[in-house]
Design a protein around this ligand. Structure first.
Ligand SMILES: C[S@@+](CC[C@H](N)C(=O)[O-])C[C@H]1O[C@@H](n2cnc3c(N)ncnc32)[C@H](O)[C@@H]1O
Length: 284
């Protein structure tokens, strides 16, 4: 079993768990924490979707794509989960394609958007192999991904980055979130590798993959630096225009510009200190 497949385990386990509930609030109470880390027996789908609305609004405004044009535009969301942010996108964009590794999540995503968004604007697309989008070239105005690429095998995260540039239209916008190294990764990263190995052990593995502590330890399958992603774009011959790197305000990477030249560097206090964003356009 390759590392890339091991890291799919907790998502499939959470996907199966969503099918065990008839009502959406119970789905959020049981599995919502895998998306926004919120727990509690009083959680509701409405609160869950509202957390997505707040984040979508903040990031769109910060990254400058909160425009009236969106009502005529299309967006692809890589790693939609059960639609925490997707509902918000359907209220802002004319067409939304929600892509996810887990097909059960996509079914719940449709339910979420039916309740809190515009389901007539939604298409779902299963990322069956975790690395290929079943979408046409140059078919979307925006490609967005949040807290998803960090959960992919590094090669898959880079492949999905290439896929984002393939499916976005010339002149369209890429908005991708990654996780990079932080000090405590010296301990966390090896522990995560061991945890992912244990997920494949019969009996123990399926139980472990449903435990919050184990999932949180093992589900981050890569750390990608801005340099690694930019090197990948160069190696693949992918052209970018107006490229920007975004970091948390005051982060030490701002001074080093992420080790990348030729990209505008910007900051936002709402960005997690372990995260960074690649914002760019595909050249016309
Ligand atoms: C932490 S959740 C974030 C979901 C959503 N972006 C949000 O903020 O609520 C990560 C999502 O990425 C999906 N995912 C993980 N690996 C993936 C892959 N290789 N391809 C597509 N989706 C993937 C998971 O199934 C899960 O729904």
């Amino acid at each position: 079993m390759s590392e890339g497949r091991r890291q799919h385990v907790p998502w499939k386990a959470a996907g199966r768990a969503t099918t065990r509930h008839d009502d959406a609030d119970s789905v959020v109470r049981d599995t919502g924490w895998v998306f926004n880390n919120a727990t509690g027996r009083e959680l509701t789908l409405e609160q869950f979707v509202d957390s997505g609305e707040q984040e979508v609004g903040a990031y769109m405004q910060c990254f400058g794509f909160d425009s009236a044009e969106n009502s005529r535009s299309s967006i692809v969301e890589i790693g939609s989960g059960i639609g925490r942010m997707t509902a918000s996108f359907t209220r802002r964009f004319a067409a939304v394609t929600a892509c996810d590794l887990d097909a059960d999540f996509l079914d719940r995503c449709r339910d979420t958007v039916t309740a809190f968004g515009h389901v007539d604007r939604l298409t779902t697309s299963h990322v069956a192999d975790g690395r290929t989008l079943s979408l046409a070239d140059a078919s979307a105005d925006v490609v967005f991904s949040y807290i998803t690429l960090q959960h992919c095998d590094p090669a898959d995260a880079l492949r999905l980055t290439s896929e984002a540039f393939r499916v976005v239209k010339p002149g369209g916008r890429i908005v991708l979130n990654y996780r990079t190294w932080i000090g405590r990764d010296v301990v966390l990263y090896p522990a995560g590798v061991v945890t992912r190995m244990l997920w494949r052990v019969p009996v123990l593995g399926p139980w472990l993959s449903r435990q919050r502590w184990s999932t949180r330890l093992g589900w981050q399958a890569n750390r990608l630096t801005p340099r690694a992603v930019v090197r990948h774009l160069v190696d693949e011959g992918i052209q970018v225009s107006s490229p920007e790197l975004w970091f948390r305000t005051g982060h030490r990477r701002v001074a080093s510009r992420g080790g990348v030249t030729g990209f505008r560097v910007a900051t936002f206090e709402g960005i997690d200190s372990s995260h960074w964003w690649l914002i760019a356009r595909r050249p016309d």
